[in-house]
Design a protein around this ligand. Structure first.
Ligand code: MLT
Length: 259
């Protein structure tokens, strides 16, 4: 297995750390509004997962969601952070589940956004291989056509879509392919839900076309200490589609956490 690396990140604010993990095939800039909107209550750290943005990587062999979680842990170690509030968008949520299993002593709270606990079905696993092949053959721009019909609510402005398009196109095809295969092989986290006794916020775009909001709501119901907040006017990219509502949910949740 590849060795964990220290990830590149942007940060804003001071105090207890809120670390943000982006989704597929994006980068840290998806969190720009959370960095702006929450830096008065947290030191907000938005990482680039390996192989993109500020976290370049030469090889993409054998990347796994567990490795991504270990990269986050190594980054926190370098920052000298013992306890952290974590927020993850979609694939970032898969990373959070793995982080909870592997580095639970560091978790103060979790915010799971537009994500789910289930592993891939057989059909979804085959889809990941097709995604990896598509991006390898045609480049990252091909993912725009594949993903955009599900990423956004009808009300989402073109300027937001354009920002996300740039993130997708800036993601190296090898990185996107490695992400797809890492998601294919991720563990099922459903059995963990009842054991997560740390506070959890579940935030979900009401109109999420990729992972329906009912799945997020059912996930929340399985977690002992949880709050579920549906986000209007948002599909799968809630933090950038409706940042005000997502920030309000995060602010209310984080304000209740003893630090
Ligand atoms: C993501 O948004 O991170 C991914 O599309 C999630 C997934 O495909 O399972």
């Amino acid at each position: 297995m590849a060795e964990p690396i220290v990830l590149g990140y942007d940060e804003a604010g001071s105090g207890p750390v809120l670390l943000l993990v982006h989704g597929f095939p994006l980068d840290r800039t998806i969190w720009a509004e959370q960095m702006r909107g929450l830096s008065d209550i947290r030191r907000v750290v938005a990482v680039d997962l390996r192989g993109r943005g500020k976290s370049p990587a030469k090889e993409t062999d054998a990347w796994t969601i567990d490795l991504y979680a270990d990269d986050v842990a190594k980054t926190l170690e370098t920052l000298g952070v013992d306890k952290v509030d974590l927020a993850g968008l979609s694939m970032g949520g898969y990373v959070l589940f793995s982080f909870w299993r592997r580095h639970r002593d560091k978790v103060r709270s979790l915010a799971l956004i537009d994500t789910k606990a289930e592993a891939d079905s057989e059909e979804a696993r085959e889809g990941r291989e097709k995604t990896a092949a598509l991006v390898t053959e045609k480049g990252s721009a091909a993912l725009v056509d594949a993903l955009f019909p599900k990423f956004f609510a009808p009300t989402t402005p073109d300027s937001v879509k354009q920002e996300v398009r740039e993130m997708v196109e800036n993601t190296h095809p090898r990185t996107a392919a490695a992400d797809a295969l890492a998601m294919r092989d991720r563990a099922d986290s459903t059995a963990d839900l009842g054991r997560i006794t740390e506070p959890v916020l579940v935030v979900h775009g009401k109109e999420d076309l990729l992972i329906p909001a009912e799945i997020g709501q059912a996930m929340a119901q399985g977690i002992p200490k949880t709050m579920f907040v549906p986000i209007p006017n948002a599909s799968h990219m809630a933090p950038i589609e409706n940042p005000e509502a997502v920030n309000q949910a995060l602010r209310e949740f984080l304000s209740t956490q003893p630090v």
